[in-house]
Design a protein around this ligand. Structure first.
Ligand SMILES: Cc1ncc(COP(=O)(O)O)c(C=O)c1O
Length: 389
């Protein structure tokens, strides 16, 4: 099918919720992507931080196809090895005590919200349900995740009413202290805000907010849907701040390209849920879990250090490009603020064979964790041409 035909049928049959760039993607190899009409692109978007080790990754394909050859789905009514192996891996690598599997980031956050409210209800009784989040955060598109999202533009009247009990604050301990009430049960935050511009919070403030949460028995929920699974050069980005959240959510890169969400429960949160409290038909799907195991096993110290080094290399060179105002981010999660509109720049990059994302007024770079030096140099050259033009 030609690109024109795909575009026409997409417009005809798919709900118009996405503002797509004018190309299709039909294949790839590592950090290279191919379109139906034979164009090649260097992929610095990874399907929004999903294809952790790029496309056509042999180890991942082997794990996924081996599982497909056994059984593709079992339901959560029965025991299954892949989910158990993945949960054990996650717990061993993070110190979490229990994991709940879902299918997406929004669902992982919904699960965390329910868990935080139940923790409080069981311990303190009804009414302690309020959840604080941070200004400019993004937590997903379901109604509760939208209500948690700290951006007014994400709360249009057409979708009202939103679930109550969410309130967003500036990312400071003083703002948290002022916003805490006897009804507050949790603070949810992204260790690096992805969608709103790759914003890295102040480490001192993060530590002070975590300490205050601990003191008040307010659960600290880290939304690592985008930052997790090695993206920032740590397995989970909260590690950069020397804090221990009570609940960590993740999705995107976890299964390297298959839909999987995970909500991890630490310490006092281990036994919040009992039978019937939460559930998901597809959550913990064996194929997705097998893929996730093949990703997680490779996220060792050496690889994470490499991610940090690659991130530094890119940031150093990006900050030297003419018209670049600032470069933000950690590891291979990078925001570039320039003097030009981000969407226009992303379109020009695409025309020159480089896929990049935008985040508000910035370019956002999320290359595969195994991106090669030659690929980083090729991307930098295109970015240089486009931004400094
Ligand atoms: C921090 C964060 N939380 C939640 C989500 C929602 O994830 P999903 O689209 O898988 O529901 C996203 C997606 O961009 C995200 O970046």
């Amino acid at each position: 099918m030609s690109f024109e035909e795909i575009e026409k049928k997409d417009s005809c049959y798919i709900a118009h919720t996405y503002n797509r760039f004018p190309t299709d993607i039909c294949g790839g190899e590592g950090a290279m992507l191919f379109s139906e009409d034979g164009k090649t692109f260097l992929d610095f978007g990874t399907g929004i931080a999903v294809n952790t080790f790029g496309v056509n990754d042999e180890e991942w394909k082997k794990a996924v196809t081996a599982q497909i050859n056994c059984v593709q789905h079992t339901s959560n009514l029965y025991y299954a090895r892949p989910a158990v192996e993945l949960a054990e891996l996650l717990c061993a690598k993070t110190g979490a005590k229990k994991v709940f599997f879902s299918n997406s980031g929004a669902e992982a956050n919904e699960c965390a919200i329910k868990a935080a409210r139940k923790y409080s209800y069981d311990k303190y009784g009804a009414g302690r349900y309020r959840i604080l989040t941070l200004k400019n955060s993004f937590h997903g598109r379901t109604l509760a995740a939208l209500a948690a999202t700290g951006q007014d533009v994400m709360h249009p009247a057409c979708f009202a009413p939103y679930p109550e009990g969410f309130y967003s604050i500036e990312p400071t301990a003083a703002a948290l202290r002022a916003a805490l009430t006897p009804q507050t049960c949790a603070l949810m935050f992204e260790p690096v805000q992805g969608e709103s511009g790759v914003n890295v919070p102040d480490a001192e403030q993060v530590r002070a907010m975590a300490a205050l949460c601990k003191e008040r028995d307010v659960l600290l929920i880290a939304d690592e849907v985008q930052t997790g699974n090695g993206r920032t050069g740590k397995l989970y980005a909260y590690e950069h701040f020397g804090i221990c959240p009570d609940i960590v959510t993740t999705a995107k890169g976890l299964a390297g390209g298959l839909p999987l969400g995970a909500t991890m429960f630490f310490g006092k949160c281990e036994n919040i849920f009992g039978a019937g409290d939460h559930g998901s038909t597809f959550g913990g799907n064996p194929v997705a879990c097998a893929g996730a195991c093949s990703i997680l096993r490779r996220l060792d110290k050496e690889l994470l250090l490499e991610v940090q080094g690659k991130g530094e290399y890119l940031r150093t060179h990006l900050s030297r490009i003419k018209n670049v105002r600032s470069v933000s981010g950690i590891g291979l999660m990078i925001g570039v603020e320039t003097t030009k509109p981000a969407r226009e720049l992303a379109q020009k990059c695409l025309e020159k064979g480089l896929i990049v994302l935008t985040a508000k007024n910035k370019l956002r770079l999320l290359p595969p964790l195994n991106v090669k030096k030659s690929e980083m140099d090729a991307a930098l050259q295109i970015l240089n041409e486009v931004i400094s033009e």
